[in-house]
Design a protein around this ligand. Structure first.
Ligand code: M6P
Ligand code: ZN
Length: 195
């Protein structure tokens, strides 16, 4: 018998994104995702320091009979070459599972990509709510100088597919420039897609 879902409560520090009762805290450093960045020389140089790129705090699941994951992510400010500190990025193993983000602090970009390789990039700033449609992969980057904090909710049975994006990445890169973040084609992606 699955454990029924009981009412739950947790406490979130809106400024830092820390959930006090977090059941799990994931910490990802550059060494956990060196292939996610296109500038491998910049990756090697920064691996000496091996910074924490982001942390994810997940609220305790009050049961296992379906329901929602509730979490916050905190992406640090920083760059690897001209790319920003960012999440690994994933799509949901379950193609019908959407996700909602609410930005609490900082400035970021949410890059989404459909199964048909359409790309959408949205600005994240305090108060922006993002609906990530089912079937769209998603990755966030911190394009500002303070921590990017966002709240996320998604179905417990969604599952994470990282493999599809691990090797060639997303179709678009978001690069820092004098005029701010620029969305450009990822050359590695086009090459990998060629017959
Ligand atoms: C959000 C959610 C989580 C995800 C996290 C970090 O909180 O989308 O499911 O784990 O961001 O992103 P990723 O798993 O791609 O590293
Ligand atoms: Zn997701």
């Amino acid at each position: 018998m699955p454990t029924p879902i009981l009412p739950g409560v947790a406490h979130l520090d809106l400024a830092t994104g820390v959930i006090t009762e977090a059941a799990e805290v994931i910490e990802r450093r550059l060494s956990d995702m060196p292939q996610s960045y296109h500038d491998q020389a910049a990756v090697r140089a920064l691996l000496v320091e091996n910074p924490v790129l982001y942390r994810v705090y997940t609220m305790p699941q009050p049961g296992d009979a379906g329901g929602w994951f509730v979490a916050t992510s905190i992406v640090g400010p920083g760059r690897v070459g001209t790319e920003y500190f960012m999440t690994k990025g994933h799509s949901h193993a379950q193609d019908t599972a959407p996700e909602v983000y609410l930005t609490l602090n900082g400035n970021g970009m949410l890059l989404m990509q459909s199964r048909a390789d359409e790309s959408v990039a949205q600005w994240m700033k305090p108060g922006t709510i993002h609906y990530i449609s089912a079937g769209w992969a998603h990755r966030t980057m911190n394009v500002g100088s303070e921590p990017l904090v966002f709240f996320a909710v998604w179905p417990v049975d969604a599952g994470h597919d990282y493999e599809t994006y691990a090797e060639r990445g997303f179709a678009k890169l978001i690069l820092a420039s004098d005029d701010g973040p620029r969305v450009v084609d990822n050359p590695k992606y086009a090459k990998a897609a060629a017959p």
